[in-house]
Design a protein. Structure first.
Length: 364
């Protein structure tokens, strides 16, 4: 196979169990964006089997796909614009987020037409200024009373959870408590409260409430390697390894320019290997000379520009690698996902979610 991801389900299970030991809250496994590139259904099933009791996704389509696969656990979809198919959502017992009056109105209408009370989680904006109710809050308080929805939860999201000790986290928690008190004062008592993502789960116990929404840490990656350290220091095990095949190996002299734009030149007599992946597979183009692969027992840096379907690495004059061999692009042996992210000037989240769908996922 020319390029594939190996997904270690045991790592996912271990990461969930490790997190569960640190909290009494229920775990909501965040499986949006094809489970951060790891594969929606296999990861969702593994998460439920490993102790997660909720699933969370951005899109309604993702939630419906999960239900169709036979998953019975509660599923929240939180990025559902007003024209979404709420009839399908309510029929499939998908929990819906309510971030505006407009959403309340259309979800209530869909529920009435079906004769079934929608299960909803009220989303409040406590300081991130993205999703959730903000200026409409007072109007919402009057509108939601007796509105024909079953209020399951109240939730919000942190802007800076990956900065331990940052004061805005305290402010957001304070605002969250205020919104809860106001909701209770109109007679609405949501059973579930949730605001913590992975970073808050790991460094802010006060924020756990009774559900934590676990994303990146479940996949074994750090929410922020600068402020919180890498996977190792957090006792997390990355679940994703990327591998690709060598198309060609060639000997070249020192001073040979390589690839588009001839931006780099060999600095020794060496051997080059052409790797069967490129930017169309999710290999960032701006990693030239900064990341690399692990092959025949050594790290081999990228040389020259990453192309659409291929890139070139310098394997050194003595490498025993052969055409057809499989190299590790990122994984436990050579370059980590975090090294690739740093090389590309981005974060591990973006590296894993952008591996193209055409790269097969193999489950271990
Ligand atoms: C993506 C997401 C999460 C998970 O965040 P991580 O940093 O990956 O743990 C939690 N909550 C919401 C609303 C999200 O969109």
């Amino acid at each position: 196979m020319r390029a594939f991801l190996e997904i270690n389900l045991k790592a996912i299970a271990n990461n969930i169990r490790a997190v569960k030991e640190k909290t009494s809250a229920e775990i909501l496994a965040v499986v949006k964006a094809d489970a951060y590139g790891h594969g929606l259904i296999p990861i969702a099933k593994c998460a439920i089997d490993s102790g997660a009791s909720w699933l969370g996704v951005a899109l309604l389509e993702e939630a419906l796909t999960l239900r169709e696969s036979g998953i019975k656990a509660p599923i929240i979809a939180w990025l559902t614009p007003p024209n979404s198919d709420f009839t399908a959502a309510i029929t499939a017992d998908i929990d819906l987020s309510i971030p505006s009056l407009k959403h309340l109105e259309v979800i209530v209408a869909a529920g009435k037409a079906l004769g079934k009370k929608p299960r909803v989680h009220i989303e409040v904006d406590t300081g991130m200024t993205r999703g959730g109710l903000l200026g409409e809050w007072q109007e919402f308080l009057s509108a939601v009373k007796g509105a024909g929805v079953e209020v399951i939860g109240l939730w919000s999201h942190f802007a800076r959870a990956d900065e331990p000790g940052e004061i805005s986290n305290e402010r957001q928690l304070f605002e969250f408590e205020n919104r809860l008190a106001e909701l209770r004062s109109v007679g609405i008592h949501p059973k579930y409260l949730h605001i913590a993502n992975s970073a808050a789960m790991l460094n802010n116990p006060e924020s756990h409430k009774n559900i934590v929404r676990l994303g990146i840490a479940m996949y074994g990656l750090s929410p922020d390697i600068k402020t919180m350290g890498g996977s190792d220091s957090l006792d997390l095990e990355p679940a994703m390894t990327l591998k690709a095949e060598i198309h060609l190996i060639k000997r070249v002299n020192s001073g040979t320019s390589v690839g588009y734009g001839a931006i780099e030149t060999t600095n020794r007599d060496t051997k080059l290997a052409i790797i069967m992946m490129g930017y169309s597979d999710g290999i960032p183009r701006n990693t030239s000379n900064k990341a690399g692969v692990f092959v025949a027992g050594s790290r081999a840096p990228i040389i020259g520009r990453v192309s659409m379907d291929q890139f070139v690495v310098d394997i050194g004059p003595d490498s025993e690698a052969q055409p057809g061999d499989i190299v590790e692009v990122f994984g436990a042996l050579g370059y980590s996902i975090d090294e690739w992210a740093t090389a590309a000037g981005t974060i591990n989240y973006e590296i894993v979610t952008r591996i193209a769908a055409r790269v097969s996922r193999i489950y271990l």
